[in-house]
Write a protein that binds this ligand. Structure first.
Ligand code: NIG
Ligand code: FE
Length: 399
């Protein structure tokens, strides 16, 4: 048994364990002059230092605030090539969707990724995941989706599997954009070949679909989701990024873990999410980088939805390598309070991945936590550009 008591914590600040909706997202537990006992990688006790149990070992954190490790519930951290020319073109006025319709954008990343080996993909993804880790991420979801052909999709998932032990990754199979020809056959192959293989080999725990005008229709999404469910996989969805096609309503109806993006969502989508257990995941990096409207974070929380925040780290719509900055942007762009942002980046983000064993500093939870540079936790969402995270601990060990 290994046991460490962490002391000299000015404030220990955490959401309550489990998913939180509405006003409960603001109900943080704040313990001044706190201590934290970790036993075998799991939190055994939290409370005021004066009431702390004795432990075999103590670790003085030096008088700073402690918060839970962050979960990034939406990344595309594995890709090859770059979108630097796309970025310049977009800044000069070419819309993102038009680039995709012309065979560029996501499709250019697909060509580069399909040409890369698993070893190349691992080497390219590692520094991106290190950047996320430094920003406070202790668990990250990583999607496939730049493969198109099934061999390349499997290579992407193999790269995620190889990096999993180092970074605490959760892999998702993303069915991203259809081929330009033989579309119906492609969807059939996804349902009858790719999803069964991925489920059998445990390569991903969930299936995500990009439901949008330039990608998959609601009917195709329903078909893919039906196959995913039949093979015991969770559902996630990219929806309402540019248009509201009905994907959000479908995902809520089928009990998806989350619907992500929501920049174009209106009152009907907010109501559907609020009435469901599906997490609404907002991605403020996309709002900043593409100049899209902000997803209605404030309205979602006020309506009682479960809300999470992700980076959407990817080369085209969100080159955002910091989950801390994603939370800071959600406060500015999506109307969250700092307390709501902390909840959105911890327990709710974990719930968006179907994980209940992490995200809160409470007995029984994984000992994933952050020591900040500051004595006041509010620096976490205040800081822009600097990194307020000093130390990252995963399972009670410095990462
Ligand atoms: O989540 N919008 C669809 N997919 C990604 C972007 C992928 C890309 O542009 O390379 C997203 O924004
Ligand atoms: Fe995405």
């Amino acid at each position: 048994m290994t046991e460490t008591l962490y002391t000299n914590i000015t404030q220990l600040v955490t959401a309550r364990p489990g998913p939180q909706r509405g006003a409960a997202m603001r109900d943080l537990q704040v313990i001044p002059d706190a201590a934290l006992l970790v036993r075998d990688g799991v939190i055994a006790w939290v409370g005021e230092r004066t009431a702390a149990p004795t432990a075999a070992r103590t670790h003085d954190l030096g008088g700073v605030a402690v918060v839970p490790g962050l979960t990034d519930p939406h990344t595309h951290a594995v890709w090859a090539g770059d979108r630097l020319a796309d970025f310049e073109a977009r800044i000069s006025g070419v819309p993102y969707e038009e680039m995709l319709a012309r065979g560029g954008g996501i499709r250019s990343t697909m060509r580069a990724t399909a040409a890369a080996s698993v070893e190349d993909l691992i080497a390219l993804a590692r520094p991106r995941l290190q950047a996320l880790r430094a920003s406070g991420v202790t668990t990250a979801e990583v999607k496939s989706g730049y493969g198109l052909d099934f061999g390349a999709e499997r290579r992407m998932l193999a790269a995620v599997r190889a990096l999993q032990p180092e970074f605490g990754l959760v892999p998702t199979l993303l069915i991203h954009v259809p081929p330009t020809e033989a579309r119906a056959e492609y969807v059939q192959g996804v349902c009858e070949d790719l999803i069964p293989q991925v489920a059998r080999e445990g390569l991903a725990g969930a299936v995500d679909v990009f439901c949008e005008k330039e990608a998959f229709t609601v009917a195709e999404t329903r078909r893919i989701f039906t196959a995913a469910r039949a093979h015991g996989l969770h559902l996630k969805l990219h929806a309402d990024q540019f248009q509201t096609l009905g994907g959000t309503e479908l995902a809520c109806e089928l009990g998806a873990l989350s619907v992500d993006h929501l920049e174009a969502s209106g009152a009907a989508q907010v109501a559907a999410l609020a009435a469901s257990d599906t997490v609404a995941t907002v991605l403020p990096g996309v709002t900043l980088h593409l100049g899209l409207p902000a997803a209605p974070g404030r309205a979602l929380i006020d309506a009682g939805a479960l809300l999470a925040v992700g980076t959407d780290l990817n080369p085209g719509s969100s080159p955002l390598f910091s989950a801390q900055l994603a939370l800071a942007l959600a406060v500015r762009l999506n109307g969250l309070t700092p307390a709501e942002a902390l909840t959105a980046g911890t327990v709710n983000a974990a719930h968006a991945l179907g994980l209940t064993d992490r995200g809160a500093l409470a007995p029984g939870q994984r000992a994933d936590f952050l020591a900040l540079h500051s004595a006041d936790w509010r620096d976490l969402t205040y800081t822009l550009g600097g990194n307020p995270v000093r130390d990252v601990f995963t399972g009670g060990t410095p990462a």
